[in-house]
Design a protein around this ligand. Structure first.
Ligand code: FCB
Length: 441
Protein backbone atom coordinates (compact mmCIF):
# COMPACT_ATOMS: atom_id res chain seq x y z
CA UNK A 1 0.00 0.00 0.00
CA UNK A 2 1.39 3.40 -1.00
CA UNK A 3 2.39 5.63 1.90
CA UNK A 4 2.76 9.38 1.71
CA UNK A 5 1.93 12.61 3.46
CA UNK A 6 1.01 15.75 1.59
CA UNK A 7 2.36 18.59 3.68
CA UNK A 8 1.34 22.23 3.66
CA UNK A 9 3.66 25.21 4.17
CA UNK A 10 4.52 26.32 7.68
CA UNK A 11 2.12 28.94 9.05
CA UNK A 12 -0.78 27.73 6.91
CA UNK A 13 -4.12 28.89 8.37
CA UNK A 14 -6.51 26.05 9.22
CA UNK A 15 -9.95 27.04 10.34
CA UNK A 16 -13.66 27.04 9.80
CA UNK A 17 -15.87 29.89 8.62
CA UNK A 18 -19.16 31.11 10.09
CA UNK A 19 -21.46 34.09 9.53
CA UNK A 20 -23.21 36.20 12.17
CA UNK A 21 -26.76 35.77 10.94
CA UNK A 22 -26.34 32.04 10.60
CA UNK A 23 -24.98 31.36 14.09
CA UNK A 24 -25.86 34.20 16.49
CA UNK A 25 -29.66 33.95 16.75
CA UNK A 26 -32.25 36.66 17.36
CA UNK A 27 -30.90 39.08 14.77
CA UNK A 28 -34.14 41.00 14.72
CA UNK A 29 -32.76 44.19 13.17
CA UNK A 30 -31.72 42.39 10.01
CA UNK A 31 -33.52 42.30 6.66
CA UNK A 32 -33.24 38.51 6.81
CA UNK A 33 -35.32 38.40 9.99
CA UNK A 34 -38.10 40.28 8.19
CA UNK A 35 -37.65 38.00 5.16
CA UNK A 36 -38.11 34.91 7.34
CA UNK A 37 -41.50 36.19 8.47
CA UNK A 38 -42.80 36.24 4.89
CA UNK A 39 -44.58 33.05 3.86
CA UNK A 40 -42.84 30.97 1.22
CA UNK A 41 -39.44 32.63 1.46
CA UNK A 42 -37.64 30.02 3.59
CA UNK A 43 -37.87 26.32 2.83
CA UNK A 44 -40.35 24.55 5.11
CA UNK A 45 -41.07 27.86 6.83
CA UNK A 46 -37.92 27.36 8.93
CA UNK A 47 -36.81 30.14 11.26
CA UNK A 48 -33.29 31.08 12.33
CA UNK A 49 -34.54 31.59 15.91
CA UNK A 50 -31.64 31.12 18.28
CA UNK A 51 -29.54 29.72 15.42
CA UNK A 52 -26.46 28.26 17.21
CA UNK A 53 -27.08 30.62 20.13
CA UNK A 54 -23.71 32.32 19.80
CA UNK A 55 -25.19 35.58 21.00
CA UNK A 56 -26.36 33.70 24.08
CA UNK A 57 -22.75 32.63 24.71
CA UNK A 58 -22.40 29.30 22.98
CA UNK A 59 -19.59 30.70 20.83
CA UNK A 60 -17.39 29.70 23.76
CA UNK A 61 -18.08 26.00 23.57
CA UNK A 62 -17.95 25.98 19.77
CA UNK A 63 -14.63 27.80 19.67
CA UNK A 64 -13.37 25.34 22.30
CA UNK A 65 -14.29 22.62 19.82
CA UNK A 66 -12.42 24.40 17.04
CA UNK A 67 -9.28 24.89 19.13
CA UNK A 68 -9.32 21.42 20.67
CA UNK A 69 -9.42 19.90 17.21
CA UNK A 70 -6.23 21.55 16.06
CA UNK A 71 -7.59 24.57 14.17
CA UNK A 72 -5.47 27.71 14.39
CA UNK A 73 -7.83 30.29 12.83
CA UNK A 74 -11.49 31.21 12.60
CA UNK A 75 -13.43 33.35 10.16
CA UNK A 76 -16.61 34.95 11.48
CA UNK A 77 -18.69 38.01 10.69
CA UNK A 78 -20.18 40.94 12.56
CA UNK A 79 -23.84 41.88 12.18
CA UNK A 80 -24.33 45.42 10.91
CA UNK A 81 -27.94 45.77 12.16
CA UNK A 82 -26.85 44.77 15.64
CA UNK A 83 -23.97 47.23 15.85
CA UNK A 84 -25.89 50.06 14.20
CA UNK A 85 -29.59 49.47 14.91
CA UNK A 86 -30.46 52.90 13.45
CA UNK A 87 -28.43 55.25 11.23
CA UNK A 88 -27.78 57.54 14.19
CA UNK A 89 -27.34 54.88 16.87
CA UNK A 90 -24.45 52.61 17.81
CA UNK A 91 -24.82 49.68 20.17
CA UNK A 92 -21.60 49.78 22.17
CA UNK A 93 -22.56 46.64 24.05
CA UNK A 94 -22.71 44.71 20.81
CA UNK A 95 -19.22 45.94 19.94
CA UNK A 96 -18.04 44.90 23.41
CA UNK A 97 -19.46 41.46 22.78
CA UNK A 98 -17.49 41.14 19.57
CA UNK A 99 -14.38 42.27 21.42
CA UNK A 100 -15.02 39.55 23.95
CA UNK A 101 -15.36 36.95 21.20
CA UNK A 102 -12.09 38.18 19.72
CA UNK A 103 -10.35 37.86 23.05
CA UNK A 104 -11.83 34.38 23.24
CA UNK A 105 -10.27 33.55 19.90
CA UNK A 106 -6.92 34.84 21.09
CA UNK A 107 -7.07 32.78 24.29
CA UNK A 108 -7.69 29.71 22.19
CA UNK A 109 -4.86 30.40 19.77
CA UNK A 110 -7.21 31.08 16.87
CA UNK A 111 -6.19 33.80 14.39
CA UNK A 112 -9.27 35.85 13.58
CA UNK A 113 -10.48 36.75 10.11
CA UNK A 114 -13.41 39.15 10.35
CA UNK A 115 -16.04 39.61 7.65
CA UNK A 116 -17.73 43.01 7.76
CA UNK A 117 -20.70 42.13 5.59
CA UNK A 118 -22.01 38.61 5.13
CA UNK A 119 -25.32 38.87 3.20
CA UNK A 120 -27.49 40.47 5.90
CA UNK A 121 -28.32 44.19 6.04
CA UNK A 122 -29.79 46.39 8.76
CA UNK A 123 -33.50 46.93 8.28
CA UNK A 124 -33.05 50.70 8.12
CA UNK A 125 -30.72 50.27 5.15
CA UNK A 126 -33.27 48.12 3.35
CA UNK A 127 -35.84 50.86 3.91
CA UNK A 128 -33.51 53.29 2.18
CA UNK A 129 -33.20 51.03 -0.87
CA UNK A 130 -30.33 48.82 0.34
CA UNK A 131 -27.35 48.34 -1.94
CA UNK A 132 -29.30 49.69 -4.90
CA UNK A 133 -29.05 53.16 -3.40
CA UNK A 134 -25.59 54.64 -3.91
CA UNK A 135 -25.80 56.24 -0.46
CA UNK A 136 -24.91 52.75 0.82
CA UNK A 137 -21.27 53.47 -0.01
CA UNK A 138 -21.07 56.18 2.64
CA UNK A 139 -23.15 54.23 5.14
CA UNK A 140 -20.96 51.17 4.77
CA UNK A 141 -17.79 53.21 5.10
CA UNK A 142 -19.06 54.79 8.33
CA UNK A 143 -20.00 51.40 9.72
CA UNK A 144 -16.66 49.88 8.78
CA UNK A 145 -14.75 52.74 10.37
CA UNK A 146 -16.66 52.27 13.62
CA UNK A 147 -16.07 48.52 13.68
CA UNK A 148 -12.41 48.71 12.79
CA UNK A 149 -11.77 51.36 15.46
CA UNK A 150 -13.40 49.06 18.00
CA UNK A 151 -11.78 45.79 16.95
CA UNK A 152 -8.44 46.67 15.45
CA UNK A 153 -6.59 45.75 18.61
CA UNK A 154 -7.42 42.12 17.87
CA UNK A 155 -7.76 41.75 14.10
CA UNK A 156 -5.62 42.48 11.06
CA UNK A 157 -7.26 40.18 8.51
CA UNK A 158 -10.47 41.65 7.10
CA UNK A 159 -13.07 40.57 4.54
CA UNK A 160 -15.12 43.54 3.38
CA UNK A 161 -17.92 41.72 1.56
CA UNK A 162 -18.79 38.06 1.46
CA UNK A 163 -19.77 36.80 -1.99
CA UNK A 164 -21.04 40.04 -3.47
CA UNK A 165 -21.67 38.04 -6.66
CA UNK A 166 -24.06 35.67 -4.86
CA UNK A 167 -25.68 38.59 -3.02
CA UNK A 168 -26.43 40.37 -6.31
CA UNK A 169 -27.54 37.24 -8.20
CA UNK A 170 -29.78 35.86 -5.44
CA UNK A 171 -31.23 39.18 -4.32
CA UNK A 172 -31.78 40.82 -7.70
CA UNK A 173 -31.79 38.18 -10.46
CA UNK A 174 -33.24 34.89 -9.20
CA UNK A 175 -35.00 36.44 -6.20
CA UNK A 176 -34.04 33.78 -3.63
CA UNK A 177 -32.58 36.32 -1.19
CA UNK A 178 -34.16 39.57 -0.05
CA UNK A 179 -35.30 41.82 -1.64
CA UNK A 180 -36.42 39.02 -3.99
CA UNK A 181 -36.15 41.00 -7.21
CA UNK A 182 -35.85 39.84 -10.81
CA UNK A 183 -34.24 42.89 -12.32
CA UNK A 184 -30.92 42.79 -14.15
CA UNK A 185 -30.58 46.56 -14.13
CA UNK A 186 -30.96 46.61 -10.36
CA UNK A 187 -28.41 43.80 -10.04
CA UNK A 188 -25.88 45.83 -12.03
CA UNK A 189 -26.48 48.93 -9.90
CA UNK A 190 -25.97 46.85 -6.78
CA UNK A 191 -22.74 45.38 -8.14
CA UNK A 192 -21.29 48.80 -8.91
CA UNK A 193 -22.22 50.01 -5.41
CA UNK A 194 -20.61 46.92 -3.91
CA UNK A 195 -17.35 47.69 -5.71
CA UNK A 196 -17.54 51.28 -4.45
CA UNK A 197 -18.45 50.16 -0.93
CA UNK A 198 -15.54 47.73 -0.89
CA UNK A 199 -13.14 50.42 -2.10
CA UNK A 200 -14.31 52.90 0.53
CA UNK A 201 -13.96 50.24 3.22
CA UNK A 202 -10.50 49.23 1.96
CA UNK A 203 -9.16 52.77 2.21
CA UNK A 204 -10.85 53.41 5.56
CA UNK A 205 -9.36 50.25 7.08
CA UNK A 206 -5.87 51.00 5.81
CA UNK A 207 -6.03 54.49 7.20
CA UNK A 208 -6.88 53.13 10.66
CA UNK A 209 -4.59 50.13 10.44
CA UNK A 210 -1.82 50.46 7.86
CA UNK A 211 -0.67 46.85 8.24
CA UNK A 212 -4.19 45.40 7.74
CA UNK A 213 -4.77 42.80 5.07
CA UNK A 214 -8.06 43.51 3.33
CA UNK A 215 -9.89 41.58 0.65
CA UNK A 216 -13.28 40.23 -0.31
CA UNK A 217 -14.51 36.65 -0.44
CA UNK A 218 -15.78 35.75 -3.88
CA UNK A 219 -17.73 32.65 -4.75
CA UNK A 220 -15.97 30.94 -7.64
CA UNK A 221 -18.04 28.45 -9.57
CA UNK A 222 -16.49 26.33 -12.29
CA UNK A 223 -18.37 26.72 -15.60
CA UNK A 224 -17.41 24.54 -18.55
CA UNK A 225 -19.21 24.03 -21.87
CA UNK A 226 -21.72 21.16 -21.87
CA UNK A 227 -20.73 20.28 -25.42
CA UNK A 228 -17.12 21.26 -25.84
CA UNK A 229 -17.43 21.00 -29.63
CA UNK A 230 -20.20 23.62 -29.71
CA UNK A 231 -18.81 27.16 -29.81
CA UNK A 232 -22.09 28.59 -28.46
CA UNK A 233 -21.80 26.51 -25.29
CA UNK A 234 -18.21 27.67 -24.85
CA UNK A 235 -19.34 31.24 -25.30
CA UNK A 236 -22.14 30.81 -22.74
CA UNK A 237 -19.73 29.27 -20.20
CA UNK A 238 -17.13 31.97 -20.61
CA UNK A 239 -19.73 34.77 -20.45
CA UNK A 240 -21.10 33.38 -17.21
CA UNK A 241 -17.65 33.01 -15.76
CA UNK A 242 -16.76 36.56 -16.69
CA UNK A 243 -19.87 38.03 -15.08
CA UNK A 244 -20.07 35.81 -12.03
CA UNK A 245 -16.46 34.96 -11.21
CA UNK A 246 -14.36 37.73 -12.72
CA UNK A 247 -16.43 40.85 -12.19
CA UNK A 248 -15.48 41.69 -8.59
CA UNK A 249 -11.83 40.65 -8.38
CA UNK A 250 -11.15 42.34 -11.72
CA UNK A 251 -12.90 45.55 -10.73
CA UNK A 252 -10.93 45.82 -7.50
CA UNK A 253 -7.68 45.06 -9.32
CA UNK A 254 -7.83 47.52 -12.21
CA UNK A 255 -10.67 49.85 -11.16
CA UNK A 256 -13.00 49.01 -14.05
CA UNK A 257 -16.49 47.52 -13.52
CA UNK A 258 -17.25 45.55 -16.67
CA UNK A 259 -20.97 45.00 -17.17
CA UNK A 260 -22.30 43.13 -20.23
CA UNK A 261 -23.11 46.26 -22.24
CA UNK A 262 -21.01 48.93 -20.61
CA UNK A 263 -17.93 49.52 -18.52
CA UNK A 264 -17.52 51.96 -15.73
CA UNK A 265 -14.31 53.32 -14.34
CA UNK A 266 -14.10 53.30 -10.54
CA UNK A 267 -10.55 54.57 -10.00
CA UNK A 268 -10.72 54.42 -6.21
CA UNK A 269 -11.25 50.65 -6.47
CA UNK A 270 -7.95 50.05 -8.24
CA UNK A 271 -5.52 47.81 -6.28
CA UNK A 272 -7.83 47.40 -3.28
CA UNK A 273 -7.22 43.71 -2.75
CA UNK A 274 -4.39 42.54 -0.47
CA UNK A 275 -5.39 38.90 -0.91
CA UNK A 276 -8.08 37.04 -2.82
CA UNK A 277 -10.68 35.27 -0.67
CA UNK A 278 -11.91 32.26 -2.59
CA UNK A 279 -15.10 30.36 -1.75
CA UNK A 280 -15.28 27.19 -3.82
CA UNK A 281 -17.99 24.54 -3.53
CA UNK A 282 -18.78 23.07 -6.92
CA UNK A 283 -18.68 23.32 -10.73
CA UNK A 284 -21.27 23.10 -13.48
CA UNK A 285 -21.71 22.43 -17.18
CA UNK A 286 -23.23 25.22 -19.23
CA UNK A 287 -25.31 24.99 -22.42
CA UNK A 288 -26.88 27.75 -24.43
CA UNK A 289 -30.67 27.84 -24.08
CA UNK A 290 -33.61 29.92 -25.24
CA UNK A 291 -34.72 30.71 -21.70
CA UNK A 292 -34.26 34.43 -21.07
CA UNK A 293 -34.99 34.03 -17.33
CA UNK A 294 -31.84 31.93 -17.00
CA UNK A 295 -29.73 34.43 -18.97
CA UNK A 296 -30.00 32.12 -22.02
CA UNK A 297 -28.03 29.41 -20.35
CA UNK A 298 -28.84 26.02 -18.93
CA UNK A 299 -26.63 24.84 -16.08
CA UNK A 300 -26.33 21.39 -14.64
CA UNK A 301 -23.91 19.12 -12.82
CA UNK A 302 -21.83 16.74 -14.92
CA UNK A 303 -23.56 13.44 -15.46
CA UNK A 304 -22.66 10.81 -12.88
CA UNK A 305 -21.35 13.28 -10.28
CA UNK A 306 -21.70 12.53 -6.60
CA UNK A 307 -24.30 14.90 -5.25
CA UNK A 308 -24.81 16.26 -1.76
CA UNK A 309 -27.86 15.43 0.34
CA UNK A 310 -30.21 17.99 -1.28
CA UNK A 311 -28.44 17.94 -4.69
CA UNK A 312 -26.96 21.36 -3.96
CA UNK A 313 -23.33 20.49 -4.54
CA UNK A 314 -21.55 18.06 -6.86
CA UNK A 315 -18.22 16.76 -5.63
CA UNK A 316 -15.79 18.18 -8.22
CA UNK A 317 -12.44 18.62 -6.49
CA UNK A 318 -10.51 19.47 -9.66
CA UNK A 319 -12.58 22.66 -9.72
CA UNK A 320 -10.71 23.72 -6.58
CA UNK A 321 -7.41 23.57 -8.45
CA UNK A 322 -8.93 25.47 -11.38
CA UNK A 323 -10.31 28.09 -9.02
CA UNK A 324 -6.87 28.67 -7.51
CA UNK A 325 -5.25 28.78 -10.92
CA UNK A 326 -7.85 31.29 -12.05
CA UNK A 327 -7.12 33.35 -8.94
CA UNK A 328 -3.44 33.71 -9.84
CA UNK A 329 -4.23 36.35 -12.45
CA UNK A 330 -4.99 38.86 -9.68
CA UNK A 331 -1.41 38.57 -8.45
CA UNK A 332 -2.14 38.55 -4.74
CA UNK A 333 -1.99 35.75 -2.14
CA UNK A 334 -5.05 33.49 -2.00
CA UNK A 335 -6.99 32.31 1.04
CA UNK A 336 -9.67 29.64 0.68
CA UNK A 337 -12.32 31.44 2.71
CA UNK A 338 -14.99 28.71 2.32
CA UNK A 339 -15.33 25.14 1.07
CA UNK A 340 -17.56 22.35 2.32
CA UNK A 341 -20.57 20.19 1.65
CA UNK A 342 -24.03 19.65 3.16
CA UNK A 343 -24.13 16.10 4.39
CA UNK A 344 -26.14 15.19 7.52
CA UNK A 345 -24.85 11.61 7.62
CA UNK A 346 -21.24 12.48 6.87
CA UNK A 347 -21.11 10.03 3.98
CA UNK A 348 -19.58 12.31 1.39
CA UNK A 349 -17.82 14.90 3.59
CA UNK A 350 -14.66 12.94 4.52
CA UNK A 351 -13.96 12.25 0.89
CA UNK A 352 -14.98 15.75 -0.22
CA UNK A 353 -12.65 17.25 2.37
CA UNK A 354 -9.68 15.03 1.54
CA UNK A 355 -10.06 15.42 -2.22
CA UNK A 356 -10.47 19.20 -2.11
CA UNK A 357 -7.50 19.61 0.19
CA UNK A 358 -5.49 17.35 -2.07
CA UNK A 359 -6.15 19.87 -4.85
CA UNK A 360 -5.15 22.76 -2.60
CA UNK A 361 -1.95 20.87 -1.82
CA UNK A 362 -1.27 20.37 -5.54
CA UNK A 363 -1.63 24.13 -6.01
CA UNK A 364 0.72 24.85 -3.13
CA UNK A 365 3.27 22.54 -4.73
CA UNK A 366 3.25 24.62 -7.87
CA UNK A 367 4.18 27.40 -5.48
CA UNK A 368 0.81 29.05 -5.95
CA UNK A 369 0.48 31.40 -2.97
CA UNK A 370 -2.37 29.76 -1.01
CA UNK A 371 -2.11 30.85 2.62
CA UNK A 372 -5.01 29.17 4.38
CA UNK A 373 -8.18 27.10 4.28
CA UNK A 374 -11.46 27.74 6.13
CA UNK A 375 -13.93 24.88 6.05
CA UNK A 376 -17.62 25.73 5.88
CA UNK A 377 -18.56 25.15 8.64
CA UNK A 378 -17.95 24.44 12.32
CA UNK A 379 -21.50 23.61 13.48
CA UNK A 380 -24.68 23.16 11.40
CA UNK A 381 -26.28 26.56 11.03
CA UNK A 382 -29.14 28.44 9.42
CA UNK A 383 -28.62 28.14 5.66
CA UNK A 384 -30.46 31.20 4.38
CA UNK A 385 -33.45 30.43 2.13
CA UNK A 386 -32.69 26.72 2.58
CA UNK A 387 -33.28 27.03 6.32
CA UNK A 388 -32.21 24.04 8.37
CA UNK A 389 -32.50 21.61 5.46
CA UNK A 390 -28.77 21.67 4.76
CA UNK A 391 -26.19 20.48 7.29
CA UNK A 392 -22.71 21.79 6.58
CA UNK A 393 -21.23 21.36 10.07
CA UNK A 394 -18.27 19.34 11.26
CA UNK A 395 -20.55 19.15 14.28
CA UNK A 396 -24.21 18.30 14.02
CA UNK A 397 -26.63 20.67 15.74
CA UNK A 398 -30.12 20.05 17.03
CA UNK A 399 -31.53 23.59 16.86
CA UNK A 400 -34.32 22.67 19.28
CA UNK A 401 -32.14 21.44 22.13
CA UNK A 402 -28.88 23.16 21.06
CA UNK A 403 -27.13 19.80 21.47
CA UNK A 404 -24.00 19.28 19.37
CA UNK A 405 -22.65 15.99 18.12
CA UNK A 406 -19.33 15.47 16.43
CA UNK A 407 -19.29 14.02 12.93
CA UNK A 408 -16.38 11.78 11.87
CA UNK A 409 -15.15 14.52 9.50
CA UNK A 410 -14.35 16.68 12.52
CA UNK A 411 -11.80 14.04 13.56
CA UNK A 412 -10.38 13.83 10.07
CA UNK A 413 -10.06 17.61 9.89
CA UNK A 414 -8.42 17.63 13.33
CA UNK A 415 -5.79 15.17 12.14
CA UNK A 416 -5.16 17.25 9.02
CA UNK A 417 -4.80 20.48 11.02
CA UNK A 418 -2.45 18.89 13.55
CA UNK A 419 -0.31 17.25 10.89
CA UNK A 420 -0.45 20.34 8.66
CA UNK A 421 -1.01 17.80 5.93
CA UNK A 422 -3.01 14.79 4.75
CA UNK A 423 -1.51 11.33 5.04
CA UNK A 424 -2.34 8.13 3.20
CA UNK A 425 -3.03 6.62 6.57
CA UNK A 426 -5.76 9.20 7.31
CA UNK A 427 -7.37 8.62 3.95
CA UNK A 428 -7.27 4.85 4.47
CA UNK A 429 -9.19 5.30 7.70
CA UNK A 430 -11.69 8.03 6.84
CA UNK A 431 -12.24 7.74 3.10
CA UNK A 432 -10.92 4.35 1.95
CA UNK A 433 -13.00 4.55 -1.22
CA UNK A 434 -10.65 7.18 -2.68
CA UNK A 435 -7.39 5.70 -1.47
CA UNK A 436 -6.22 4.35 -4.81
CA UNK A 437 -7.15 7.52 -6.59
CA UNK A 438 -5.28 9.76 -4.18
CA UNK A 439 -2.30 7.48 -3.62
CA UNK A 440 -1.85 5.44 -6.78
CA UNK A 441 0.77 2.72 -6.52
C1 FCB B 1 -21.93 30.34 0.86
C2 FCB B 1 -22.22 31.37 1.93
C3 FCB B 1 -22.32 30.80 3.32
C4 FCB B 1 -23.01 29.46 3.34
C5 FCB B 1 -22.41 28.53 2.32
C6 FCB B 1 -23.02 27.15 2.29
O1 FCB B 1 -22.43 30.80 -0.35
O2 FCB B 1 -21.22 32.36 1.94
O3 FCB B 1 -22.94 31.75 4.13
O4 FCB B 1 -24.37 29.62 3.15
O5 FCB B 1 -22.53 29.10 1.05
Amino acid sequence: MAQATFHFPRGFLWGTATAAYQVEGNNINSNWWAWEQKPGRILNGDKSGLACDWWGGRWREDLDRAAETGQNAHRFSVEWGRIQPAPDRWDEEALDRYREILRGLGERGLTPMVTLHHFSDPLWLTEKGGWENEAVVGYFETFVRKVVEALKEYVTLWVTLNEPNVYAANGYINGKFPPGEHDLGAAFRVMVNQVRGHAAAYHAIHKLQPHARVGMAVMYRGFSPARSWLPLDSLAASMLSRQFNDFFPRAITDGVARLPFSSQRIPEAKSTQDYLGLNYYTSEKVALSLDSRQAFTKRFFPEGSQLSHTDFIANIPTGMFQAIKWGLRFKVPIIITENGVEDPDDRLRPRYLAEHLHQVWRAVNFNYPVKGYFHWTLVDNFEWERGWSQRFGLWELDPETQARRKRPSADLYAEICRENGISSEMVARYAPEIFDKMFPN
